[in-house]
Write a protein that binds this ligand. Structure first.
Ligand code: GLC
Length: 754
């Protein structure tokens, strides 16, 4: 039995991340009091000189306007931040106006949606969550920060850490899936990648670091009907147990800003919600940064029916704790009158300005307001960044089915047909458009290009299968006009790779779907390829779980590639030909049909758990109640065995800990990765507990025959939960432990909290 496969430092880092994830945060804000004190002195000295207009100006964040508009606002000190302006030269030009021509020379913050890369696009975050390797999130955020900062962007509107149970919601693509523990680990890793240098020290002022922005605060990922921007309404215990944990973990990691969400939470819009923005985020958690509204979310308080007009919206948002107004202009328009009417206090305005100026100092903007244009090329789309993106994509893919070891394919096949409208697209491979920052299709490697590069000796033919009236690939697959050509290609090829899923343009913000089947005629395209009787495998490109029971039933092999980014085609080929062995696991449940939604692994037991043999239990009378693929599921080109689970003690004091260890062996013939997962269940508690809660995961690489021991530590933060007062409680009693390769892992034992 070998020593634990992962390095000691890896354990330490991961333990720290997971401790942070459970709120045992080891804050990484700049530790030296002197720097904090000096910043405070500078901020106070500057604020003492500011007029009320200049203070309100710092609260305004604006998008590019017709020539001269922003320059005038900047010159008059009526602008604090800009989003969506790109290009180092453009940014420097506007920054010079703000710094050189305004009365107090306060620099602007330039922000952008660098969600999974700036020019080097990594897999979509839901894909990276599939790796169950938070270090990938850190690398992605670090590369994104380096490219963004060297292109003049100093605030990224990332990480998006909304837990969601609803794949109809298009923005599941941007998050880390349905589980708060996995989501917390990725949230912390991404904040560290954006803000902290290798030493784990907060260093937003570094030339390759940025201000991260947690979003969307909070519970935006649980809109009714999966319809974007819709109401989120839930118990306080669910809010605390499922949706807040990633934010708490990332606040403890020292994030610089938080973005308030579009949703109304329990009847109160998140952009004017004193409970979440002030009581939780500031008073209970001690968040030091600033709260940025989402795009016109302050103005939208009127449409919500909370505010009577713009002045009311400004009053409600400012008093709740929203410091900066994105795009709408109610703060600068009505701030002075609200002050005069004593509807907001000078203290409230000063607090908001102070938080923003503090972050500007901590981000080094006063010392280094300009970006060095000569450095842009050296820090954009480098070979190292591409390699990191390819590795991330390799590790993010999930093998969903592999009957008869249809995969990996031989590298010496005489011919391969590639079919599907996205297979030859450099745009689709980049994924969800709204979060693509500056990613360029021209820089991307399509699946066809990746396959051709991987097997130069093989004849590779391509047929879109789905074409429009001009014969070009149709990503919506509205017609079967191209099926014949695809079938012909398949009939004369040794194997066919069918690439199906959903169009990238139908993923992301404002892309909720009321049907999450394969898009258009794509299922029929697979049927047609199947009907040829020739060997085929399927590659999925999608930004959310899809309902694909027919595809699962008829396909020999299915590889979930998500939208794998700039190097995605090479990564798909890496997996298809076995250069990389897929080791990803699903961060989101795949339902069998739409009617099952919401369907998630960490559900309550109910008083009548579903029993196929008992009518009067919680299930459907017209279909299955189980998922197609459960949370944490994923196959490999090899196999693994678990043995010798050990729980270190039969009891755990509420202030103590127990360890749960298990041996895992590679029982196959090929080196591969397994993600060992630990779930707990509290069978008796004052609030009914989920049937499973992920409380540990570790991805290990094992050579054939190799065994390693994976050990997890559980403590009060693992077994406790929040009650309906938002109070964290640890109750005595039995805790069951489940360990294995997915959320269906078997019971390995139990211990008692005393
Ligand atoms: C959008 C999104 C948010 C994004 C912001 C700026 O509406 O909700 O995630 O960061 O506006 O683009």
């Amino acid at each position: 039995m070998d020593a634990a496969d992962c390095s000691w430092s890896g354990w330490v880092w991961l333990s720290w991340v997971l401790l942070a994830a459970r709120g045992v945060g080891v804050t990484t804000r700049s530790a030296s009091e002197t720097s904090a004190a000096s910043v405070a002195n500078k901020v106070n000295a500057l604020m003492a000189q500011m007029t009320i207009d200049e203070k309100l100006g710092q609260l305004q964040q604006q998008v590019p306007q017709p020539p001269g508009v922003l320059e005038t606002q900047a010159k008059n000190g009526m602008l604090g931040a800009v989003l969506d302006l790109t290009g180092a030269t453009n940014i420097n030009a506007l920054q010079h106006v703000a710094v050189d021509q305004s009365r107090l020379h306060i620099p602007l913050i330039f922000g952008l949606d660098t969600i999974h890369g700036y020019s080097t696009i990594f897999p979509i975050p839901l894909g990276e969550a599939s790796s169950f390797d938070p270090s990938i999130g850190r690398t992605d955020a670090s590369v994104g920060a380096d490219e963004s900062a060297h292109n003049g962007i100093k605030q990224v509107f990332a990480p998006m850490i909304d837990v969601s149970h609803d794949p109809r919601w298009g923005r599941v693509a941007e998050g880390a899936g349905e589980d708060p523990f996995l989501g917390s680990a990725f949230a912390v890793a991404r904040v560290m990648g954006s803000q902290d240098n290798a030493a784990g020290k907060q260093d937003m002022a570094s030339a390759d670091k940025v201000i991260a922005t947690l979003k969307h605060f909070v519970a935006y990922g649980q809109p009714e009907g999966g319809r974007d921007y819709n109401t989120a309404d839930m118990s306080i215990q669910r809010l605390w147990n499922l949706y807040l944990p990633p934010f708490k973990a990332a606040v403890d990691a020292g994030v610089g800003s938080v973005m308030s969400a579009f949703d109304a939470l329990n009847g109160v819009p998140s952009t004017a919600n004193p409970y979440t923005e002030t009581q939780i985020l500031r008073t209970q958690w001690g968040f030091q940064g600033f709260i940025d509204s989402d795009y016109t979310a302050v103005q939208e308080l009127i449409a919500h029916g909370l505010a009577a007009d713009g002045a009311d919206a400004a009053r409600l948002a400012l008093n709740a704790g929203t410091d900066m107004e994105m795009v709408s202009t109610n703060y600068v328009t009505f701030g002075k009158q609200l002050l005069a009417q004593r509807l907001i206090s000078q203290q409230t305005i000063d607090n908001a300005v102070r938080r923003i100026l503090t972050i500007k100092y901590e981000a080094g903007l006063f010392d280094h307001p300009y970006v060095d244009v000569s450095q842009v090329a050296a820090h954009t789309l480098t070979a190292a960044d591409r390699a990191a993106a390819r590795s991330a994509a390799d590790r993010s893919m999930v093998l969903l089915k592999n009957a008869g070891n249809a995969l990996p394919l031989s590298s010496t096949l005489p011919s391969i047909a590639v079919v599907g409208p996205a297979a030859n697209s450099q745009q689709e491979i980049l994924g969800t458009p709204g979060i693509g920052a500056q990613g360029q299709a021209a820089d991307a490697v399509s699946v066809v290009a990746g396959i051709k590069a991987a097997v130069p000796g093989t004849t590779v033919t391509y047929a879109p299968g789905c074409i429009d009236g001009t014969g070009a690939a149709d990503q919506t697959c509205a017609s079967n006009a191209g099926f014949h050509a695809a079938v012909t290609a398949a009939q004369s090829a040794a194997v066919t790779v069918v690439v199906v899923g959903e169009p990238a343009a139908m993923s992301g913000e404002a892309e909720s779907r009321s049907n999450i089947d394969l898009i258009g005629q794509e299922q029929h395209l697979v049927d047609a390829i199947k009907a040829t009787g020739r060997p085929f495998v399927v590659v999925l490109m999608n930004g959310r779980p899809l309902t694909i029971p027919a595809l699962d039933a008829e396909s020999p092999a299915i590889l979930e590639a998500w939208f794998p980014g700039t190097e995605g085609g090479n990564a798909v080929a890496d997996i298809l030909f076995g250069k990389a062995n897929p080791g990803g696991k699903l961060p989101d449940t795949f339902p069998q049909n739409l009617g099952q939604i919401p369907l998630y692994y960490n559900h309550d037991s109910t008083g009548r758990p579903p029993d196929p043999n008992n009518k009067y239990t919680s299930k459907y009378n017209d279909g299955p109640f189980t998922p197609l693929y459960p949370f944490g599921y994923g196959l490999s080109y090899t196999t693994f065995g678990f043995s010798n689970p050990v729980i270190s003690s039969t009891t755990m004091r509420s202030t103590g800990s127990v360890t749960v260890s298990v041996n895992v062996q590679n029982t196959g013939a090929r080196t591969g990765d397994e993600v060992v997962q630990l779930y707990i269940h509290d069978p008796v508690a004052s609030i009914v507990q989920p049937v499973r809660r992920l409380q540990g995961f570790q991805r290990v690489t094992l050579t054939p025959g190799q065994t390693t021991t994976v050990k997890f530590t559980l403590n009060r933060n693992s077994v406790g939960f929040f009650d309906n007062n938002g109070k964290f409680v640890v109750e005595p009693g039995t805790i069951e432990a489940y360990v294995g390769d997915s959320s269906t892992a078997p019971l390995v034992g139990s211990f008692s909290v005393v």
